[in-house]
Each structure stands twice: as structure tokens, then as C-alpha cells.
Ligand binder design. Structure first.
Ligand SMILES: Nc1ncnc2c1ncn2[C@@H]1O[C@H](COP(=O)(O)OP(=O)(O)OP(=O)(O)O)[C@@H](O)[C@H]1O
Ligand SMILES: [Mg+2]
Length: 375
């Protein structure tokens, strides 16, 4: 296996005695799009700045293509301009008084590259960015998205070993953000550059990334592919942060084979299929995503009875709020469901997760049967 493009090991960075980055480890393969995802203040930017050398960490190690650029133990701290990185930050980092050409050429020029090499490289970069014929424009003659592409171009100019991008799309409007997302993916595919990306937007993270590290309070909670983060989160924080979820408190009554009998908090007996070993008497939260619920006509077997309290048209789907005894469920279904506010319905719980008291995910369940309706 080839060595990682970037390896961060047990990184710690404190501000005034508080750890902004608390023992963070991850690594990027060549070609990989890797995202640090988490709420405001969780330590994403600080991690990125440590990788860039803009912040000096307190402990740990950072390697870029095998080269140690930071080591707390050995006292190594390679300055930013000697690290083989390209960076783009949230605010447009283009110089307003320079043309597109001069902006992209800047890092090559300050390193004294010959004129002909600079011309060739800028032409290459403009081609990667799909910005032909724009070399002599001033930034004021470009759209926000084009300006951000120029910033990306300047980061690409030196042909870095890794690209560091900190919320580069957050200044753009929703529509432009989406098209820039696709462009970023294309640029990555064309150049093969590994990208360390930072965002608090879980949709953006899932759309772009090969793998995601979910962060909270300076720590990495889970590293996995987007599907795994969404379908098999390791704990409640990741489950909540990555998408909407409903919770149903319950207690385990007994198991027979793959079938587990539980009692919901309102007393409703439930039976689900699960491979997880969960002993009787154990209190659990059953978690289910809005799209893993189905609305059926009242009286349908193996469902929870409920009443439609709210109905919202989302364009590509319908969202319902359904009250079932003590619990209110958020349900997302295809547009054709004919239910209206006030209708008595039956709620089919397709699949979900079991959470323990400590918020860890301890199992997966599917195919709820409701013994009451079932008879
Ligand atoms: N220079 C600094 N001095 C003191 N505290 C700092 C400094 N930089 C960051 N912090 C603190 O470190 C923590 C992590 O900040 P950081 O900027 O890494 O968060 P973030 O995940 O990038 O958040 P956001 O999504 O808002 O950009 C925060 O509590 C922040 O207040
Ligand atoms: Mg930040």
C-alpha cells in the first residue's frame, strides 16, 4: 500500500488551556476527498491551520507524503511556505488589483520560476478550471463563483501534494454552491490531488467526500464513507448531525431467535428483527429516519396507529408530522401519498437503530411488527 498523502497523528492544539483540537488522528490517501465535518467551534479550522503550518500544534505529528512537517516530540515545525500545500479559505482570496493570470501566477513568481514555465502552468491551470479566455480579466469582472475558481487556481499553481479547503463555497448562493460542488469534484478527478475539506454542511460533505471525519468538541467521533456515516453512525451525535431522526424509547421484553420483543414507552408491544444481542430489561432508544417510515391506511397490520398533525409539500417529497400516543414522528414519503391533516393512519417502521443510555449505537433493527394491531 502506498503511503498516505497526509497523515495526522494524535494532534493537540490548546488555546488558553482549552483543547480546540483534542488528540485528532486521520490520514488521506492519494486521490482522496476527505472532509472534516462538524458544528461551529468543533476544531475544523484549527486542525486545517495546523496542517498548513499557520498554527503550531502543542503535540502530535503531521506528515505530508512521508515528510514530517510537524512533530511535538522532536520539535519539528516546517514553516507554511515550505509545506507542499495549496489553500483556499471561505473569503475570496483573490487580489482585486491583479488580473486572473497574475493571481494564479503569483505563487510561482514569488518563488522565482522562469517566465515561460509560469505561462505554461497558468495556461494548464486555466484549462483545469475551465476558464478559457479569462486570463486578462480583473476579479471585479468575474462572478463570485469564478473568483473562487481563481482562488482555487492559485492554490493549484504550485502543484501541491495536498489541497486544503476551508468552507470555500459558503459565500456563494445555494444554486452556485451546487454547481461549484460538481466543479470541485471534477477538478479533483482531473488533477488526482488529495483534498482535505472543511465544512459544517452535512449535505455538502456527503455529496463531495470519499470519507468524512465527524468532529465534536475538538475530537473525531467517527471516520467513514458517507453511506456508512448516514446508515451506521457510531453514536447519537453523528446520527443527529448527519440527518433528521425520530426516537422511540422502549424496553426489551424477550428474544426468540432473530425476533426481539420490546415495549414502547406508551406500553405498546413491538416486535422487530435484529441480529444484535440485547438482554431483556434493557432500556433502549429506537431511532428511525423520516424516510424509513411509511404511511399506510388506518388498520394496516404491523404498524403503529397515529394521526396526521402536519403535512408539508417539499417539491420532491411530502413531509408529515404524525402523532402516535406519546411520540410524534417526522415522516418523509413519496408525493403520491393521499393523506391529509387529521387523517387516522398507520405508521410502518421500516428499519432503524438501537441506542443505549450512553448514546452509543448498539444495534440495527428492521421490520417492526406491532402486536396490538397484529392481534
Ligand atoms: N486564535 C484563537 N484563540 C483562542 N481560541 C481560538 C482561536 N482560534 C480558535 N479558537 C477556539 O478554538 C475552538 C475551535 O475553533 P475552530 O475555528 O477550529 O472551529 P471550527 O470548527 O472551524 O468552527 P466554524 O465552523 O465556526 O468555522 C473554538 O472554541 C474557538 O473559539
Ligand atoms: Mg472554521
Amino acid at each position: 500500500m502506498s503511503p498516505p498523502a497526509l497523515a495526522v497523528h494524535n494532534l493537540v492544539k490548546q488555546f488558553a488551556g482549552t483543547a480546540a483540537v483534542d488528540n485528532v488522528s486521520f490520514s488521506l490517501a492519494e486521490n482522496e476527498f476527505f472532509t472534516l465535518l462538524g458544528p461551529s467551534g468543533c476544531g475544523k479550522t484549527t486542525t486545517l491551520r495546523c496542517v498548513a503550518g499557520l498554527e503550531q500544534a502543542d503535540a502530535g505529528e503531521i506528515r505530508i507524503r512521508e515528510q514530517v512537517v510537524f512533530s511535538g516530540r522532536d520539535g519539528v515545525h516546517v514553516p507554511t511556505n515550505h509545506r507542499p500545500i495549496g489553500m483556499v479559505f471561505q473569503s475570496y482570496a483573490v487580489w482585486p488589483h491583479m488580473t486572473v493570470f497574475e493571481n494564479i501566477a503569483y505563487p510561482l513568481r514569488v518563488r522565482g520560476r522562469p517566465r515561460s514555465r509560469i505561462n505554461d502552468r497558468v495556461a494548464q491551470v486555466l484549462q483545469i478550471l475551465d476558464m478559457p479566455g479569462m486570463a486578462s480579466r480583473m476579479p471585479s469582472q468575474l462572478s463570485g463563483g469564478q473568483q473562487q475558481r481563481v482562488a482555487l487556481g492559485r492554490a493549484l499553481a504550485m502543484n501541491p501534494a495536498v489541497l486544503l479547503l476551508d468552507e470555500p463555497l459558503s459565500n456563494l448562493d445555494a444554486k452556485l454552491r451546487e454547481s461549484m460542488r460538481a466543479e470541485l469534484q471534477l477538478v479533483q478527478r482531473t488533477t488526482g490531488l488529495p483534498i482535505l475539506y472543511v465544512t459544517h454542511d452535512q449535505v455538502e460533505a456527503m455529496a463531495l467526500s470519499d470519507r468524512i471525519a465527524v468532529m465534536s468538541g475538538g475530537r473525531v467521533l467517527q471516520i467513514a464513507e458517507p453511506e456508512a456515516i448516514y446508515e451506521r453512525p457510531s453514536n447519537r451525535f453523528v446520527l443527529d448531525f448527519i440527518g433528521a431522526v425520530n426516537y422511540l424509547p422502549s424496553v426489551v421484553l424477550e428474544r426468540s431467535g432473530e425476533r426481539l420483543c420490546l415495549r414502547a414507552e406508551d406500553g405498546t408491544p413491538l416486535t422487530v428483527q435484529t441480529g444484535s444481542a440485547l438482554e431483556s430489561g434493557r432500556e433502549l432508544l429506537m431511532a428511525v429516519r423520516p424516510e424509513d417510515l411509511r404511511l399506510e391506511p388506518e388498520g394496516t397490520p404491523c404498524c403503529l396507529p397515529g394521526t396526521v398533525a402536519l403535512r408539508s409539500f417539499l417539491g420532491n417529497a411530502l413531509e408529515f408530522r404524525v402523532h402516535c400516543h406519546k411520540t410524534s414522528f417526522r415522516v418523509q414519503t413519496e408525493k403520491e401519498r393521499p393523506f391529509q391533516v387529521g387523517d387516522r393512519v398507520a405508521l410502518r417502521l421500516h428499519r432503524g437503530l438501537f441506542l443505549a443510555h450512553d448514546d452509543k449505537v448498539v444495534g440495527i433493527w428492521h421490520d417492526l411488527e406491532n402486536n396490538l394491531v397484529h392481534g
